[in-house]
Design a protein around this ligand. Structure first.
Ligand SMILES: [Zn+2]
Length: 89
């Protein structure tokens, strides 16, 4: 049978379409689907917050690492490096 809502062809034994439409009652998904959508939005919001946290943490760690690298290699970069001179021979 074909779902009147999403036009998806479902097997005859299916009682509920993938979109949530109930063939048994002929009821469109109202509460259940909206709840699912809200839960999905909430989980997406949580994921976005987690992604933002990871990005911020990564940026901070990169800045700290860059500062440490600059402080460590700063003085050495101004002085001549024998290893590089040997490679350019
Ligand atoms: Zn459907």
């Amino acid at each position: 049978m074909t779902c009147p809502l999403c036009k998806l062809e479902n097997p005859g034994s299916a009682r509920v379409c993938d979109c949530g439409y109930s063939f048994a009652t002929g009821a469109a998904p109202s509460v259940a689907a909206s709840t699912t959508a809200n839960a999905l939005l909430r989980s997406m919001d949580r994921s976005l917050r987690a992604i933002k946290f990871v990005v911020v943490a990564w940026a901070v760690l990169t800045l700290i690492g860059l500062l440490a690298w600059l402080l460590r290699d700063g003085p050495a970069a101004t002085s001549p490096q024998p290893a590089r001179a040997a490679q350019e021979k």
